[in-house]
Design a protein around this ligand. Structure first.
Ligand SMILES: Nc1nc2c(ncn2[C@@H]2O[C@H](COP(=O)(O)OP(=O)(O)OP(=O)(O)O)[C@@H](O)[C@H]2O)c(=O)[nH]1
Ligand SMILES: [Mg+2]
Length: 285
């Protein structure tokens, strides 16, 4: 059975009827910024409050399959034996250069399974963080001092999606400088310039309680938007699925019909756009 086929659709429908309870928190940021370590510490805070947690770690290093193998990138072993913490690695399907549709399904299933908080970890390498912002109710962008060309290198897009900015590795020199740089960059942001910037040391759990409090505060304000953003997300998924469907049907179209269109286009009788329109009308049923 092809992924995304009818069986998947059936499951999706059953699952969707049970979703809407979980809070989805995205953690994104440069490789090695400390996202997994931070999440590990945050899970401890959530568990202290009795909440059930699921983590979907998007693993960019495994483009194939959707396996549950946890790579070395995932440093959350402390909670491995806790039955109320479910951690899964999700392949990013590299050829699309970002989060796949499967992450949407994984998050939905985690939600339907009754987790209170779902954490999505992605490495901020371009498209993926914009997609994580789409899935997540709250987006935490994790920075670390002295990485590459400081935070200047951080893409403007990443800053735009941040609901909370974290400067992790605050134990390192230059942490304060990174915080100041972020504050300056925020001033240039078009909207929501009052985003919290929190310093943390994930390795010794400094600042994690404050992070949890900040996330809860934002969640409380967002509750009303949830259904709307879910529907926006569905619209995008439907559009993606529709274009894939068109692509597949076009491929299956009788050659004779395409040949005729190709001939007309090649001789300039019709333009490409017109040929495409006619081809679409051929596959409509
Ligand atoms: N000094 C210091 N090191 C930290 C801190 N947090 C994480 N680290 C270290 O930074 C390294 C990377 O941590 P990870 O949690 O794997 O970082 P990540 O962002 O999840 O990395 P990727 O998933 O590979 O992108 C590890 O060696 C951590 O022990 C911190 O607050 N201070
Ligand atoms: Mg990681």
């Amino acid at each position: 059975m092809e992924t995304g086929g009818n069986a998947a659709d059936l499951i999706h429908r059953r699952v969707c009827a049970r979703t809407g309870h979980a809070a989805v928190i995205g953690f994104t940021g440069a490789p090695g910024a400390g996202k997994s370590t931070l999440i590990d510490a945050y899970i401890a805070v959530l568990r202290g409050g009795g909440r059930r947690v699921a983590v979907a770690a998007v693993d960019p290093s495994s483009p194939l399959g959707g396996g549950a193998i946890l790579g070395d990138r995932v440093r959350m072993r402390r909670h491995a034996l806790d039955p109320n913490v479910f951690i899964r690695s999700v392949a990013s399907r590299g050829h699309l250069g970002g989060l796949s549709e499967s992450i949407h399904r994984v998050v939905d299933v985690m939600d339907a399974a009754g987790h209170d908080v779902i954490i999505v970890e992605t490495v901020g390498t371009g498209q993926s963080e914009v997609e994580v912002a789409e899935i997540a109710d709250i987006c935490v962008v994790v920075n670390a001092p002295n990485m590459g060309d400081d935070v200047q290198a951080m893409k403007a897009g990443v800053l735009e999606i941040a609901d909370i900015l974290v400067v992790n590795k605050a134990d390192l020199p230059l942490a304060q400088r990174a915080t100041k740089q972020l504050r300056d960059m925020l001033k240039l942001r078009r909207n929501r310039q009052n985003v919290a910037i929190l310093e943390t040391v994930a390795t010794n759990e400094t600042g994690i309680d404050a992070l949890g409090t900040a996330i809860d505060g934002l969640l409380a304000n967002r509750a009303a938007d949830k259904r709307k953003s879910r529907e926006r997300r569905m619209r995008r998924l439907i559009a993606q699925a529709a274009s894939r469907l068109a692509h597949d049907r076009m491929r299956d179209l009788a050659d004779a019909m395409l040949d005729e269109l190709a001939h007309k286009a090649a001789t300039g009788e019709i333009g490409i756009a017109e040929a495409a329109k006619q081809a679409l009308s051929l596959i409509r049923p």
